[in-house]
Structure formats: structure tokens, C-alpha cells
Design a protein around this ligand. Sequence first.
Ligand SMILES: NC(=O)c1ccc[n+]([C@@H]2O[C@H](COP(=O)([O-])OP(=O)(O)OC[C@H]3O[C@@H](n4cnc5c(N)ncnc54)[C@H](O)[C@@H]3O)[C@@H](O)[C@H]2O)c1
Length: 425
Amino acid sequence: MNFDKICILGLGYIGLPTASMFATNGIKVHGVDVDANIIETLQAGRIHIHEPGLGEIVQKAIRSGNLSVSNTPRPSDAFIIAVPTPFHNDKCADMSAVISATEAIVPHLRKGNLVVLESTSPPLTTAELVTPILEKSGLQAGEDFFVAYSPERVLPGQILRELIENDRVIGGINPESAQAGCDLYTVFVKGEIVKTTATTAEMIKLMENTYRDVNIAIANEFSRLADRFRIDIWEAISLANRHPRVKILAPGPGVGGHCISVDPWFLVEAAPDLTPLILQARKTNDTQPHFVMSLVKRAIGKDLQAKKIALLGLSYKPDVDDLRESPAVELAHLLIGEGANVKCFEPYALEGNIPGLEILPSVEAAIFDAEIIIFLVNHSQFRKISPEKIITLTKARTVLDTVNGLEHSTWEKAGFKVHRLGVNF
Ligand SMILES: NC(=O)c1ccc[n+]([C@@H]2O[C@H](COP(=O)([O-])OP(=O)(O)OC[C@H]3O[C@@H](n4cnc5c(N)ncnc54)[C@H](O)[C@@H]3O)[C@@H](O)[C@H]2O)c1
């Protein structure tokens, strides 16, 4: 199949780079977003998200006339849905954006069109949620038009390269739909494009992230066991990983971000009777900030009322600015809930604004009058901090390292007492 015009709904971290890729490869792309500020920003030639190289490629696409944006879809050869799929407070998937984006396509759907869902979704979403909505057009899915699911696996910070180079899975509601999806992404994908069914493709994305979550949960559980049995978890993991078929991941203060800490819930919701392990992994990772709080109490005393605590790192993983579902933020709230006076510093989100948290613009400001400094993210710039300098800038003499990011002997030599997660003290 040939595609001259495509329409992409949702211009965020996934939709905007994807739109630019097609547009700079000669396709007429119309991008749609319900957020008026995003449309205004893009029309003014700027972008609203931080991703290296994206600003240039979006500008190039807009200047070439191949990329236009507005708040409503237009008739096209293919439609791609890349809207958010968060969860509700009860951890059930919030599919409202997928539903409204699909409904917005219906009036524009024509014979021969292809619709691809890219949003991470519970199993059967493409076949049983998206397809019936599209069939309200009076056209028959799989015959008059094609429907496919394609999971996105790009790494923030590397999105433009990975969109092109990563292998891509395309799952169709029938083989013709998978083939149509394959024809579409061939426009810019250099990795292998592999065809399968829509539900398999949905499951692949959920399985990938659930696999990571369960493996981090076991590492976190091992860190608690190491604490109980008075061994050093970091030494134990590095020695266990000498086994040629063992690869234990690193423990830490928990699991965050909008993928790994969210997607396993879609499986738990879809089949609660079949997912006790997945549910337990979620619970283990979600309670890891509580375990870290117990270590804080061990280090500075049970009563945290008015205790001054500095938290370094708030993002959910090293060297990114993403604070969504971050376990560091959860720990901050837990400590504040116990009456502690918490000051935070996040080098990648200096303007970060989280209700109830005091986020300071420098390490110095965060640690100045602290009793304890807690490292929560293994940012590369934290590993370079000089303990000899830090000790002159803070009252704190106790450090808790939850990510094993510090050269602890150097910090101890400088005068700090260093406690580590997974090493009893
Ligand atoms: N960001 C990633 O690294 C990543 C990786 C893999 C999968 N995903 C998945 O891709 C999907 C999109 O993620 P994202 O990070 O791009 O989200 P995002 O929040 O950055 O962007 C989504 C955009 O969709 C817009 N939107 C919401 N409802 C809409 C509607 N009805 N019509 C048109 N636009 C609408 C929002 O305003 C927003 O700009 C999610 O399901 C996510 O889980 C994301």
C-alpha cells in the first residue's frame, strides 16, 4: 500500500517525533492534539517537550509544508493514535483518550484506510475497543479498512535514533492489516518490521515492561533480605551475576516512570486470577519507598518530626527529567507525612513543581542544614560530587545511598557516615 497523507493523533513524546519522521520522509502529515497550547507552540515553530534533535526536525518538517497541526483530524490514508493511557487511582487503565481519539477518526474514515494504535493498551483493546468504534462509520474492519497495533519501545533521549533503528512489531486484526501497517512504517524504519496479530503485539509491550518490573521487584526483595541477614546486597549481586545464566538487576528506592510502574497493572486488571506474581511485584516495588523510610528512621531516629532531610534526585531514573510516578517523590511525601522538613534537589528538573515539595535550585541549598543526605537517583553528576567539598557545605554527617552510586570509602574518609540500601547498619 502507498500512503501520501497520514494523520497522527496525540503530539507528545511519541506522536510528535513519529509525525516528524514521516513528514521529513516526504509524506504529508497532519498532527492533531486536544491541547490548544501544544498546537499554538508548534504553529509558532517551537516544541513543548525536551528531546535532543526534535526541535530541528519539527521545524524542518513544518517549513517543508509536509507537517501541519490542528485540533481536528483530516481525511487521510492512515491514522496513528499516540494518546496517553495512564491509570486511574484504582490502577485501572484510563482509556478515555484512546476512545475519544478513535471517535474523532470515524467521520473521516474511508475505504482503504489504515488505523494504527500505538498507545500502550490492555490486551484486546485494538480488536474489542478500537475496531467496534471505527465500524460505527458503516465500514467493515479488515475488509473496507485495516486496523493494527504497533508498540513503541523508544528510549527518551534517544527517540529519533531508536524510531528509525529499533525493530518494530506490527500486529493486525487480520494479515492484510498487519501488511498495511508494515507498508506504512517502511517509510522510515530501518530495523526489522515483524508482523503478528494485534493482541500479540499489545501483549508484547506489556510483557516487556512487566518482565522488567518483576525483575526489579526481586532485586528489591533481595535488598531487604540482605539487610536482614547482614550481607552486602551489592557484593552478593555482583558475585551471583558471575553465574553465566543469571542477571540480577539493581535494587533501589522503587520503580517509577509512566511505563514500567503502570503497564503491569493493565495485565492485573485484565486477568486478576492469572497474575498473582505480577501483582506482588507491583506491591513490592510500590512499598520500596516505605523500606527506605525505615532505613532513614534507623539512621536518624524513629521520630522524624522536624528532622531536616535532604533528598538528592527526584526523577524516576538516572539522567532524565521525568518525575512521573517517581519513588523518590513518594518517599518525600512519606517523610513529610511523618513531620520531617524535607528539601529536595533534582538537577534535571530545576523548575520542577510538585505540590507539597520544596524543590531547591542547588545541592548546596538542599543540604545546608540537613541532618541526613539521601541519594535517590544515580545521576552521573551526583557520582562526581566531591565529599570533601560537600562536608564544608552541610551540617549533615550521615548519608544514605539507596542506589550504590557513591564511592563510600571516599565519603567516609571525608568524614561522613555512609549507609547503603541493602547493607545492614
Ligand atoms: N514516552 C515514551 O517513552 C513511551 C514509550 C512507549 C510507549 N508509550 C506510550 O505511548 C502513548 C503516548 O505516550 P506519550 O509519552 O507520547 O504521551 P504524552 O502525554 O507525551 O502525549 C500524548 C498527547 O496526546 C494528547 N491527547 C490526549 N487526548 C487526545 C485526543 N483525544 N486526541 C488527540 N490528542 C490527544 C495530549 O494532549 C498529549 O499531548 C502512551 O500510551 C504511552 O504509554 C510512551
